[in-house]
Design a protein around this ligand. Structure first.
Ligand SMILES: [Zn+2]
Length: 180
């Protein structure tokens, strides 16, 4: 079937072309708006977002004005002692783009525990994965297990098949990017 002909006959093509060519008020939605919608970080705000040299999205987080850091030892709020180096936490990818939250951890001068690193709501301890990213990965892992059960095969078989396909896709994508 001639697809172009069929959509032309429906008038759909004209409709789409018309809509694309007519100046309409632009809808700009910031990444921060989306992030605030899916996951607000209590006591923190999403600030700048940018692509780094590897094509990954980096979104900076800043403490909300006048918000005190939480001691990772006891959970009490305390005054900021200083800031440690900037850390990156992997977040759920958006449209296939790797996303990282970037934050300069505060150290807390805690009356109970002394100087400790603050506790943040999106990740625990020294991990470089956010809770959301872990949940995202775990969901995929769970899908493999469920797939294995449904098709009476092992988790390992599903994993190996998925990995092989993913490798092929990445290889294909690289070839595609290289050809442009
Ligand atoms: Zn403490």
């Amino acid at each position: 079937m001639n697809f172009q002909k069929s959509i032309l006959s429906l008038g759909w093509y004209h409709e789409v072309y018309h809509n694309f060519s007519t100046p309409t008020p632009r809808i700009k939605m910031q990444l921060q708006t989306i992030l605030n919608r899916v996951e607000k970080q209590k006591g923190f705000v999403y600030s700048k977002a940018r692509f780094n040299e590897n094509g990954e999205l980096e979104v900076e987080l800043c403490p909300r004005r006048n918000s005190k850091a939480i001691c990772s030892g006891c959970g009490n709020k305390g005054p900021t002692y200083d800031h440690t180096s900037i850390r990156r936490f992997q977040y759920v990818p958006l449209w296939g783009i790797a996303v990282f939250l970037v934050y300069s951890m505060r150290r807390v001068n805690c009356g109970e525990c002394g100087v400790t690193t603050e506790r943040v709501p999106w990740a625990c301890g020294k991990t470089q994965q956010s809770y959301s990213f872990r949940l995202f990965l775990a969901t995929w892992a769970m899908s493999w297990k469920e797939t294995a059960t449904v098709f009476s095969t092992s988790w390992d078989s599903v994993y190996r098949a998925s990995r092989a396909i993913a490798t092929e896709l990445v290889r294909g994508q690289r070839a595609f990017v290289g050809n442009r």
